[in-house]
Design a protein around this ligand. Structure first.
Ligand code: PNS
Length: 164
């Protein structure tokens, strides 16, 4: 039996931003539980290790009945199948996201027609926010503390202090 009220929200979370949190909170209005699945892609260089990315998420989301933190490697659809889940959640910030998100949703559907992708639109305050830009700003000495949870703000400062 597939669990209907469960969804997977996959991503790199390198690092978690307030935009991700906004999507998770919106998702919980529809789903009883969301599994936040952190991608481990050995071919990719991350600023934060898989353990760090998961640890940040676990420090923010403390109710595993509602938000479970997990990780996956390989194809998303394989992971979602293994979990016996129907639904993938993604955030759609702007038109620029649409093309890649549409491609991914259609490709995932091609591989596994059973799985649906549902998009949530974040608050307009986060419509331009991305992990990539956050990292770039910190690396260049800027601050966007209001865009990330406090723990991420601290860890970003630590990381880039170490690198200087
Ligand atoms: O936070 P991101 O980097 O935008 O998340 C992208 C993610 C993890 C959802 C996507 O890269 C993914 O699903 N990767 C797993 C590999 C896979 O299934 N690739 C085919 C996608 S069509």
């Amino acid at each position: 039996m597939l669990e209907k009220n469960l969804a997977v929200y996959p991503g790199s979370y390198d690092p978690l931003t307030n935009g991700h949190i906004d999507i998770i909170e919106r998702g919980l209005k529809i789903f009883d539980k969301i599994i936040v699945a952190v991608l481990k892609n050995p071919a990719k260089t991350y600023l934060f290790s898989l353990e760090e990315r998961q640890q940040i998420l676990r420090s923010i989301f403390k109710d595993p009945q509602k938000i479970e933190i997990d990780h996956f490697e390989g194809l998303l659809v394989d992971y979602v199948n293994r979990k016996g889940i129907n639904t993938v959640v993604r955030g759609l910030r702007a038109i620029s996201d649409f093309e890649i998100e549409f491609q991914m949703a259609m490709m995932n559907r091609k591989i596994e027609p059973r799985i649906e992708t549902i998009f949530f639109v974040p608050s307009d305050a986060y419509s331009f926010l991305s992990s990539k830009l956050v990292k770039e700003i910190y690396q260049l000495g800027g601050e966007v503390g209001s865009m990330v949870p406090q723990i991420v703000d601290l860890k970003l400062k630590e990381k880039f202090r170490q690198q200087k």
